[in-house]
Design a protein around this ligand. Structure first.
Ligand SMILES: Nc1nc2c(ncn2[C@@H]2O[C@H](COP(=O)(O)OP(=O)(O)OP(=O)(O)O)[C@@H](O)[C@H]2O)c(=O)[nH]1
Ligand SMILES: [Zn+2]
Length: 342
């Protein structure tokens, strides 16, 4: 079977600059006060990984190690953050710069709380896409899991993409049928497949890769970024560490593709993201074409299957809305209500 990229039927197309209207908690930064120092002349870098309290930042082509300046207080920088650096930014062995300011984040992806960590922690900033890597077999796909990750993405204002690997082992048809009505981009891969469709989707974007162990995520990253060595356990050029010790996400620059740049943020050990902030409006906002049908909904309508007189049902009855699209929305919304998952 030939590799292919399937453009979502509904052509959903959320970009971060369209998201200002999203009411996302924690998005707004504190207003500037007069006595806050002006850092606007300082160099701007991107945090690419965090290693034992040290921030590895990319400043143009130089890797700079930095600490957090005291004035940042409890607020930390996370992978993907755009930061202002003060001090020695030469990147030379043994030098240390200081992060004095974290620029406002366009998006924040939070990790699900686990037993040892009762809070949702922000882990990746400024991503505009989330690539959900799922094998078609070995291990078998779990739709409930994909749905929940999609909801987390929608809620964070990040566009989900589905990457179905191992199409040499099983057909992608059932999953394509389930996800095309959502309007998500789907790419299908197998050994030796042409990755141009994937490269095209990643160009000019910052894309977080997420996937369970064994789905072929490292294989994909290695194919997209030659020499990056994500699986072998070799000491990594960027982090200077072996893979087994890396728990932080890491931002990796993609090779130039048709003159366009892009970033992959790989997330070892991170397979799920928090859903506790999800609201029906947050999910609905990702389904832009649906919101206009909800204006006449009864007050407090959650637009679920059990809600009486929901405008979405009326729209389907009138023939203004495809039933599959409503079903997809409700599947997502249902997935978002299950708070304990993984
Ligand atoms: N048949 C088949 N096998 C694949 C494909 N992609 C990857 N694999 C194999 O699946 C296994 C797991 O691949 P990895 O890339 O290590 O998977 P991962 O998601 O990074 O998993 P971890 O390394 O455990 O995090 C390896 O043996 C790969 O060679 C594919 O498209 N088809
Ligand atoms: Zn409704």
């Amino acid at each position: 079977m030939s590799p292919r990229a399937v453009r979502g039927a509904m052509g959903r197309n959320v970009r971060t600059d369209d998201l200002e209207s999203f009411d996302r908690p924690g998005k707004r930064s504190r207003p500037r006060t007069k006595d806050r120092p002006d850092y606007s002349e300082l160099p701007v870098a991107r945090v690419i990984t965090i290693d034992r309290g040290r921030y590895r930042c990319q400043l143009d082509d130089v890797l700079v190690t930095a600490t957090k300046a005291r004035q940042l207080g409890r607020k930390g920088a996370i992978v993907g953050d755009i930061v202002r650096l003060d001090g020695d930014v030469s990147g030379e062995e043994g030098t240390l710069a200081r992060i004095v300011q974290v620029e406002e984040r366009s998006t924040v992806l939070r990790r699900t709380a686990d037993d040892t960590d009762p809070f949702e922690r922000p882990i990746v900033a400024n991503a505009d896409q989330l690539l959900i890597v799922t094998a078609l077999a070995d291990p078998p796909p779990r739709m409930g899991m994909i749905d929940r990750i999609m909801v987390a993405a929608y809620d964070a204002g990040i566009e989900p993409i589905l990457c179905l690997t191992k199409s040499d082992l099983a057909s992608p048809d059932a999953l394509l049928a389930a996800y095309q009505p959502l309007g998500v981009d789907v790419v299908v891969t197998e050994p030796g497949s042409d990755l141009e469709p994937v490269r095209a989707l990643l160009a000019d974007r910052v894309t977080v890769f997420v996937g369970h162990s064994g789905v072929g995520k490292s294989t994909l990253v290695n194919a997209l970024i030659p020499g990056v060595n994500r699986t072998t356990g070799d000491v990594n050029d960027v982090t200077g560490r072996g893979r087994h010790t890396s728990t932080s996400a890491i931002a990796l620059e993609l090779p130039d593709w048709q003159g366009r740049q892009g970033w992959v943020i790989d997330t070892p050990g991170v397979r799920s993201f928090g859903l506790s902030h999800v609201t029906p409006e947050g999910v609905l906002a990702a389904f832009g074409d649906l919101s206009r049908f909800t204006v006449d909904c009864p007050r407090g309508c959650q637009h679920g299957a059990e809600d009486p007189e929901c405008g979405l049902d009326a729209a389907v009855e009138r023939g203004d809305l495809a039933p599959e699209r409503l079903e997809s929305y409700r599947r997502m919304w249902q997935a978002g209500r299950l708070k304990d998952w993984e």
